[in-house]
Structure formats: C-alpha cells, structure tokens
Write a protein that binds this ligand. Sequence first.
Ligand code: CS2
Ligand code: MG
Length: 403
Amino acid sequence: MIISDAYLIVTSPGRNFVTLKIVTESGVYGIGDATLNGRELAVVAYLEEHVLPSLIGRDASRIEDIWHFLYRGAYWRRGPVTMTAIAAVDVALWDIKAKAAGMPLYQLLGGKSRDRVMVYGHATGRDIEACLEEVARHVKEGYKAVRVQAGVPGIASIYGVAKKDGEPYEPADAELPAEHVWSTSKYLNHVPKLFAAVRERFGDDLHVLHDVHHRLTPIEAARLGKEVEPYHLFWLEDCVPAENQEAFGLIRQHTTTPLAVGEVFNSLFDAKTLIENQWIDYIRATLTHAGGITHVRRIADLAGLYHVRTGFHGPTDLSPVCLGAAIHFDTWVPNFGIQEYMPHTNATDEVFPHDYRFEDGHFIVGETPGHGVDIDESLAKQYPYKRASLPVNRLEDGTLWHW
Ligand code: CS2
Ligand code: MG
C-alpha cells in the first residue's frame, strides 16, 4: 500500500471546498476534507508545501505513524491550519484502509453502536414567526431536533440568519470580511422569547438547540442559561469564547442548561480541562478541524469517561467528505450525542457522490467500503475557487467583538 500520488482538488460548487486525494500503487485511493472556511488556501499551501511531498513512497497502512510524523514532526504543533491538513491526510488513509479491507469505515472502528444517527437541522428566521415556520417545516420532514436562530429587533445582521427567509445561510458571503454590529443586551432581552414561542407551538418533546456563537461573557451566559431552563434546551452552544476553558466552570455553577462547545477546537488539549471538570455536556470538535479520526477518537474516549457526548459540527462549510466520515464515526462511537446537519446544495452533492442517506430525522450509514464519499474531479473543475471571508463583529460603540 505504497503512496504513489497525493494532490488537492479545490472546487467551489456554491462555496469553497478543499479535498485531498491520496493514491496508492495498487490504485486504491482515499479522500479527505481539508476545508477551513475563509482560510482554504492557507491549508492548500501547508499541504502542498510541507506535507504532500513527504507522503510519496510511505506505506499508507501506517496511519498512526504518519499521523505522528505530521504532528510531532511539525515542531510548530496544533492550530487550525496544521490540524486540518493532518485531518485530511488521516481521513484519506482511513478511507484507503477500509477500502483495502473491503469494509465500510464504521466496521473498522468497531462496528455499529446504533443503526441510525440522530441529526439536528437549522431553523432560522428574521423574526420569531419566520423561525417557527422553519421549525414546522423541519418537523414535517421528520427532524427530531432543531437548532433555532432568529433575528433580534435592533440588530441588522445576526449569526445564523439568512438575509432572506427560507434561503440557505452562508456566512462567508463576501470577498473581504463584512462588518456586522452586535448588541448583547438586545440579544439577551429577546432570545428567551424565541424558546418560549417554540415550546408553546411545538410542545416539550422536540429537541431544541441554540448557538450563541461565542458572544457572551461568562456571567451573561450564566444569566441566559438560567433564564432558558424552563424550556429545557438540548444544548446552548458556544456561549463564550472557549480559549479560557475555566470560564465554563463559572457558567456551570449557575445553570443546568446543557452546554456544547468545540467546533473551533483543533486538538484534545483545547478541551481537556472542560471535559475533566465536566464543565460541558457535548464536544463539537469534528474530524476535519481536529486532526481526523485518529485524534478525534481520542477526544471522544476521554469525553466518554466524564459523561460528555459527541455533537459533531456539520455546517455546509464542511464538505460531504467530512459528513460522510462523521456518520461512520457517529455510527460507531459509544458516547454519541447528535450530528449537526445543514443540507449541502445539489451542485455540491453532485460533485461529492455519497452513500449516506437522511431518513426520518436520522442519517443511515452506507455499506460501501471506505467512508462512502467520492469526488467527481471533472465536475469539480467547473467550479473555480473564489476568495470568501467570514464576517467580523463590532459592538455598537465600534469595539471589535467576537463573530
Ligand atoms: C456554526 C457554524 O454550525 C455552527 O454551529 O457555528 O456555522 C460556523 O459559523 C461556521 O462553521 C463558520 O465557518
Ligand atoms: Mg456553532
């Protein structure tokens, strides 16, 4: 299983994706997702300049050794670019190993812990009523869990809400960072009304999630967590920026609302303190940004010791390759929580043919050897890369805040 070639496919069917393809002398190949939203070409440069040349001639079956060659051998360890690059190599190698073994990836990990994987969809609206209509659409489509995000009166543009109701939400929508304005007080005074309206309309059984998107201070998050307890959310996500893991200890003292964090994490060390102190309930770090299956498996195992479950990040800025591999991981991992699911566009799904399928609010994993996702390279060529940046956020007084 000697690696004979390794190259990147950058394509933009509606948004940018970076895919790594590793080919072995036997012709068996694997693919990995290397997409880092708004920083795609940084990962391309890291892989092409510092990783791919050293893969040629290596034994593709030695996944653990190659992982450490790229992690310990990097010297400048961790960080989103490095760990996304490592993840792309890792997932491609697991894809090769499963194909060579003639089995779907979940079998190689340890077999099924469940027959289907519960997902949560995104219900958004520029106001509460519009959001409730989106919740109703998701419930009709069979979703058992829905993330709700609505506009806030007095805030022109807010995370998670498309410019036009019913349109897909794509934050990286400008070549250079758009500048949004944020008001914590307007948000905190308004958002509990959203959850009250959802419970009023849809009752208690629907799993309701919400993403604060890194914008509160710990005591503000504690206030919000306490105020929404009557609506028993499935989770409150990213309520504060998580570089300071200890902040979650303060939030935890004040509220029983479950907490989720970690989509921006890229290694176990970003989450270790949070998990060991049981300051969170769900860990969101997913395969593409946290070093691939080899590393995320270790995060999940540590989390399992402390009653923390997985809740993989899964927006449209992660490709179907990430989603496909994640569904295999979700099907195996003992401490599975939930899988985020934002449907990709038809153009994206055509570029990335796959065997996973959505059914009644869940994903059913495919049985194709490997992770079950491929890339149509000739179709991919039809969608050239176009720089797209994530927005930035300012407070009303102009302070550069967290987006
Ligand atoms: C969000 C993401 O899905 C989520 O939970 O936090 O959509 C996030 O904004 C994007 O991945 C940023 O590229
Ligand atoms: Mg999020």
